[in-house]
Design a protein around this ligand. Structure first.
Ligand code: FES
Ligand code: FES
Length: 165
């Protein structure tokens, strides 16, 4: 067993774990954060996407032991007090069908927009290209990310305007 401390959604968790435990299982089984989904289990579908230190990763491919000292964001850490603009936008455009891919989609979109709010449609498509959706045909999801982008830009503008006060 190895001891790790991994910060998840702002809270540090210290656990003794099997050295081969996947981050996906650490999140779902140790921490009971079931929002991170398992699809393929081999890095192909993106259902298990989380953000680690600002970048998306497939948590099915990463050993929890290698995440000691890292900061992870899961879907439970997004839209805690009120829906995140990406979640709002997905609802508004009807981007959610069965929902299985959505936690990973939201996190991929969030990682992109947090690092580049001016992302082009091509960059949006690239950012979610590792997230498979068997329901929506992707168009509504891309529309949702673009709407979220507009909402986030608007609120950034409001913050700047009020800053000028
Ligand atoms: S479950 Fe990890 S990529 Fe499919
Ligand atoms: S909404 Fe069903 S897999 Fe994407």
């Amino acid at each position: 067993m190895v001891e790790v401390t991994i910060t998840v959604n702002g809270t540090p968790y210290t656990r003794k774990i099997h050295p081969l435990m996947r981050l996906l299982d650490f999140l779902r089984d140790e921490l009971k954060l079931k929002g991170t989904k398992e699809g393929c289990g081999e890095g192909e579908c993106g259902a298990c996407t989380v953000i680690m230190d600002g970048k998306t990763i497939n948590s099915c491919l990463v050993l929890a032991a290698s995440c000691d000292g890292k900061e992870i964001t899961t879907i439970e850490g997004v839209g805690v007090d009120e829906l995140h603009p990406i979640q709002e936008a997905f609802l508004e455009v009807g981007a959610v069908q069965c929902g299985y891919c959505i936690p990973g989609m939201v996190l991929s979109a969030k990682a992109l927009l947090d690092s580049n709010l001016d992302a082009t449609e091509t960059e949006i498509k690239e950012a979610i290209s590792g997230n498979l959706c068997r329901c929506t045909g992707y168009q509504k999801i891309v529309e949702g990310v673009k709407l979220a982008q507009a909402k986030m830009k608007e609120s950034r503008g409001e913050i700047c305007d009020s800053g000028r006060g």
